[in-house]
Design a protein around this ligand. Structure first.
Ligand SMILES: CC(C)(COP(=O)(O)OP(=O)(O)OC[C@H]1O[C@@H](n2cnc3c(N)ncnc32)[C@H](O)[C@@H]1OP(=O)(O)O)[C@@H](O)C(=O)NCCC(=O)NCCS
Length: 172
């Protein structure tokens, strides 16, 4: 049974690789779940690891997810876009990370749902269980510590921690 499952996963991985021709996508375990009709751009070298869970990628009508070169996405992440989510080259994303460029629901008595683009610049490391909310840009070579909830933007070379996340120190 386990062997059959492995064969199916490998076959699915092959099909995914084929459907993104020349994009060099590596899938360890399960394929990510991608909502049908989602606008997602991949650069070559992405790795998805999902031995236990599923990463979910989805966009709505005007949303777009752009994933740069050599990006690593660990188990059970959720990336959802109604605006834009850009993930820079060589970025590493830990387990259970959520990147959401919308609040999904209005806050207060308005009908307006706030949305704003998210950008992770190149060479960022996002540790496990981090949440990144709408409008955030994280500068290149930054690290976001485990469990942080990032509600605002940070410059390059930042160590960002906490809920709400703050600049703990600048990295050399
Ligand atoms: C990114 C990380 C490694 C940084 O931790 P670190 O190297 O220990 O950081 P430092 O030792 O430089 O700590 C600097 C300060 O930030 C604090 N800090 C570090 N991580 C923190 C976090 N996630 N939340 C709150 N504070 C944190 C430390 O307590 C320390 O505070 P102090 O100077 O007041 O004593 C750590 O936060 C982390 O995320 N670890 C887990 C990584 C992970 O998820 N790996 C799985 C696969 S990706």
């Amino acid at each position: 049974m386990a062997t059959l499952r492995k064969v199916i996963y490998r076959a699915k991985g092959f099909l995914l690789t084929k459907s993104f021709a020349n994009k060099r996508i590596r899938v360890v375990g399960r394929l990510p779940k991608i909502r049908s009709g989602s606008q997602i751009d991949f650069q070559p070298g992405i790795t998805f690891v999902n031995r236990l869970g599923h990463t979910r990628l989805s966009t709505e009508k005007n949303g777009r997810i752009s994933i740069g070169r050599n990006v690593f996405l660990n188990e059970s992440c959720i990336i959802h876009s109604v605006s834009s989510v850009k993930i820079g080259d060589n970025t590493k994303i830990g387990e259970n990370v959520q990147i959401l460029d919308t609040a999904f629901h209005p806050v207060g008595s308005t009908d307006f749902v706030e949305t704003a683009p998210i950008t992770l610049e190149d060479n960022v490391w996002i540790a496990n269980n981090v949440v990144i909310l709408k409008g955030v840009t994280i500068g290149q070579h930054s690290v976001v510590g485990i469990g942080s909830v990032v509600t605002k933007s940070f410059p390059a070379h930042s160590l960002i921690v906490g809920n709400p996340a703050f600049l703990k120190k600048s990295l050399d």
